[in-house]
Ligand binder design. Structure first.
Ligand SMILES: [Zn+2]
Length: 159
């Protein structure tokens, strides 16, 4: 009984799904792990041996591998469900923003991707797609997801 093709196909399918949606990918991970777990129990139930990259797996080792995989799936799901901080849209016309906005309007447009602080907001350009992003100062140094391209970028720490 060969384990490798099953596990490799499962991982490839999961990575496709995860590309479309991280939550769906994580849930898919649970389903795949459960499927492999049940399949493995059936294999051992019929007194067969599962081979994993040429190494015969004993039933306890197989069960532990599945449990480790469940832990991995759980962490993926938690990571996928973690809310991405949403950039606050600029509020035009507020007294505090007016002077800053006027100052920034005077700056050359070519400087739009250079990180700068505006009140308690850090404005910077996404390193992946170049779109302007605004985050609160307290997010400085954190890895966030660009609201435009969904890539991971680091909020510059200007303090
Ligand atoms: Zn981006």
């Amino acid at each position: 009984m060969i384990f490798n093709p099953v596990i490799i196909v499962a991982i490839i399918v999961q990575s496709w799904v995860a590309k479309a949606s991280r939550v769906a990918g994580a849930i898919m991970g649970f389903l795949i792990t459960t499927g492999i777990f049940l399949w493995g129990l059936a294999v051992y139930g019929s007194h067969n041996q599962i081979m994993f990259f040429g190494i015969p797996l004993s039933q306890p080792v197989f069960v532990i591998l599945c449990l480790v995989w469940y832990v991995f799936d759980t962490f993926s799901l938690i990571a996928a469900l973690k809310p991405v901080p949403v950039a606050a849209p600029p509020v035009p016309g507020t007294p505090a923003a007016t002077t800053d906005a006027a100052t920034q309007a005077a700056l050359p447009a070519t400087d739009s991707t250079a990180p700068r602080v505006d009140g308690d907001t850090i404005n910077f350009g996404c390193t992946e797609c170049g779109k302007p992003i605004s985050f609160k100062k307290r997010h400085a140094g954190l890895v966030i997801r660009c609201p435009e391209c969904n890539e991971r970028v680091i909020v510059p720490d200007l303090s």
